[in-house]
Design a protein around this ligand. Structure first.
Ligand code: SF4
Length: 181
């Protein structure tokens, strides 16, 4: 759905400058097809408002390229609605930084395999694991990018909420699969 929303911006020729000036109502209209517009529209509006205050125009966002990784994490996580995982996604995919955003797919798969041990329902444990995995994996852009995209594909196609272990190439290594056979 996120991809479709981005494509709709491109198809409708919405410039960065226009996006900068959107009202909360415009965010609502834009997000409505994806659901959760009531919750997300005010957050997107406040986030853009803060970026506007800090950078004045979209062109100035290039200044983020001069920030160190730590400065970026510190800045991005001050924005409304942005936590560590989202900040790391922006850094990896928009700023080409060698960081590793451990999203729900990564955590679920690593937990099932037995590489990490956490109560996946615990927000505190998830956030701690995200920080630790970034510390452990960051530093090699290609590795971070490929590993993250592979976890997403594997999580969507094979190791989802109901895992399809019979189709999985990781089965010989996997604690979850071993325990359930
Ligand atoms: S074997 Fe099953 S639980 Fe383990 S990673 Fe593959 S799909 Fe997930």
């Amino acid at each position: 759905m996120a991809l479709r929303l981005i494509q709709s911006l491109e198809q409708n020729g919405i410039s960065h400058q226009e996006l900068f000036a959107w009202t909360e109502d415009q965010w609502y209209q834009f997000l409505e097809p994806a659901g959760k517009a009531k919750d997300k529209a005010p957050v997107c509006y406040r986030l853009m408002q803060k970026i506007r205050e800090d950078f004045r125009s979209p062109e100035n966002l290039n200044l983020l390229g001069r920030f160190s990784d730590e400065q970026l994490i510190n800045y991005l996580t001050t924005l409304p609605g942005i936590k560590l995982k989202s900040a790391l996604c922006v850094m990896l995919y928009s700023l080409n930084r060698a960081v590793f955003p451990a999203d729900s797919h990564c955590l679920r798969i690593l937990n099932r395999i037995g590489c990490i041990h956490l109560d996946i329902r615990s927000k505190q444990q998830r956030e701690q694991a995200q920080a630790e995995l970034n510390q452990a994996i960051r530093g090699d852009y290609q590795l971070c990018y490929e590993l993250h995209t592979l976890f997403i594909v594997h999580g969507k196609k094979t190791c989802g909420r109901i895992p399809r272990c019979e189709l999985c190439c990781l089965k010989p290594l996997c604690a979850y699969s071993a325990a359930s056979t």
